[in-house]
Design a protein around this ligand. Structure first.
Ligand code: C2E
Ligand code: CA
Ligand code: CA
Length: 401
């Protein structure tokens, strides 16, 4: 068994690189919706003289300590480029592979130039290489990191923030980092996501990432339950034992070469808009209520979230609330018009809200495209936005027959 010490590590690393004893294993990343392979991560393995595989935890920390980690990373990048070159030469379209770059690289002033030199030396398109930088690297000054990452991205590489959620990096910092991928750390996925508070944390992270147009990768996914939950969060890519462990190059080559194993090469941000639990919930609500209107009673305004015509008379999708009620009444049976108008009189509703009412509902007959009146239930639920004094109403309307 190799004993790594700070004294012998440099010579051992050089020798191992020389003799091809440092290799890359590949762990595929799968599209959460289609199950296709969309990329892979290269992970270093050291083969001992006895032929056993030494995991990175046994040598990465000591390489970090002795400032030799950058040597390992550049070596892994070269292995990855050589594999891609082989695939391209064989007429195959490689998928993006991410390479881990230690935070030590943030001190290399010519990092991007070196990256370009190696990748160009193998004739690999830059967008096939993803640079994974750990969250902890962000600890270096904000302006500096932003410039560092911008330079890499401007050269056409994708940048991912690795291990997000494992350390202390603030959302406020990450929002300004020009990375395009957020890799959610496996420590955030405990058990089968049955703990509600943990689910809330994850949902919020995905919501935050998608709002910032960051694509997301969840790592360490081991169970079907975790996968299902991540799908509801709109997580785009999944990496973990559930689909595949890191595998040797020969196995990886076969995997991406099997015709049945489809690979995705498109831009996932364009091809897969984020689906969130909130959106799915809304879709379900729309199934029950084809008409949903957001009303601001205080400001006398409204906008429609969904509008399925019950009537031939079209209505504006945004505008003045009192005009909406006037218009709505004209589509009602003459005997119901007054009831509808008084129920949804703006000032009467505000007064009712202030007295403690939380909803108002009415059933009226509304004329359809075919000239037939049908009973429609319209309910206003009063809600309060905690950051404003405005009184809001959400109108849910559905035909009863
Ligand atoms: P990482 O970058 O977070 O890589 C993911 C690690 O999680 C890998 O461990 C992978 O095997 C493991 N993993 C993947 N799926 C699962 C899962 O479903 N469950 C569990 N429990 N684990 C899973 P590995 O290969 O041992 O790498 C450990 C760490 O070593 C990496 O963590 C990375 O920080 C570092 N590392 C590996 N290769 C390199 C490299 O070339 N350069 C640098 N700088 N660091 C590397
Ligand atoms: Ca990584
Ligand atoms: Ca990671």
């Amino acid at each position: 068994m190799i004993q790594f010490t700070e004294g012998n590590i440099e010579a051992m690393l050089d020798e191992a690189i020389q003799n091809g004893m440092i290799v890359a294993y590949y762990q595929p990343k799968y599209n959460a919706l289609t199950g296709n392979i969309s990329g892979a991560e290269a992970l270093a393995r050291w083969i001992s003289d006895e032929g056993t595989l030494i995991p990175p935890d046994s040598f990465v920390p000591i390489l970090e300590k002795s400032c030799l980690i950058t040597k390992l990373d550049w070596h892994i990048l070269k292995i990855v480029c050589a594999l891609m070159k082989k695939q391209i030469d064989n007429g195959l379209q490689p998928v993006t592979i991410s390479v881990n770059f230690s935070r030590a690289h943030t001190y290399e002033p010519d990092f991007t130039e070196r990256l370009c030199n190696i990748v160009d030396g193998h004739n690999i398109p830059h967008d096939l290489i993803e640079v994974e930088i750990t969250e902890s690297a962000l600890a270096k000054g904000k302006t500096y990191i932003i410039e560092f990452i911008n330079k890499i991205r401007n050269a056409g590489f994708t940048v991912a923030i690795d291990d997000f959620g494992s350390g202390l990096s603030s959302l406020n910092f990450v929002k300004d980092v020009p990375a395009s991928v957020l890799k959610i750390d496996k420590s955030l996925l405990s058990g089968n996501c049955e703990n509600e508070k943990e689910r809330i944390v994850l949902e919020s992270i995905f919501c935050f990432a998608h709002r910032l147009r960051l694509s997301t990768v969840a790592e360490g996914v081991e169970t079907k339950e975790q996968l299902e939950f991540l799908r509801t969060c709109g997580c785009e890519l999944i990496q973990g034992y559930y689909f595949s462990r890191p595998i040797p190059e020969s196995e990886y080559e076969l995997l991406v070469n099997i015709p049945g194993n489809k690979t995705d090469t498109g831009d996932i941000i364009e091809t897969q808009p984020a689906a969130s639990a909130t959106q799915l919930l809304l879709d379900a609500v729309f199934m029950c209520y084809p008409l949903i209107i957001m009303c601001n009673l205080t400001r006398n305004s409204f906008y429609m979230m969904a509008y399925e015509n019950f009537t031939t008379q079209s209505c504006k999708s945004t505008g003045v609330f009192t005009e909406l009620i006037e218009h709505g009444a004209t589509t009602m049976h003459p005997e119901d018009q007054e009831l509808f108008k008084t129920t949804f009189d703006r000032l009467a509703q505000i007064e009712a809200y202030n007295k403690g009412d939380r909803k108002r509902s009415v059933v009226t007959r509304q004329i359809g495209d075919d000239g037939i009146y049908r009973r429609v239930e319209t309910t206003n639920y009063y809600v309060k936005n905690p950051s404003s004094t405005d009184i809001l109403a959400i109108t849910l309307s559905k035909p009863l027959e």
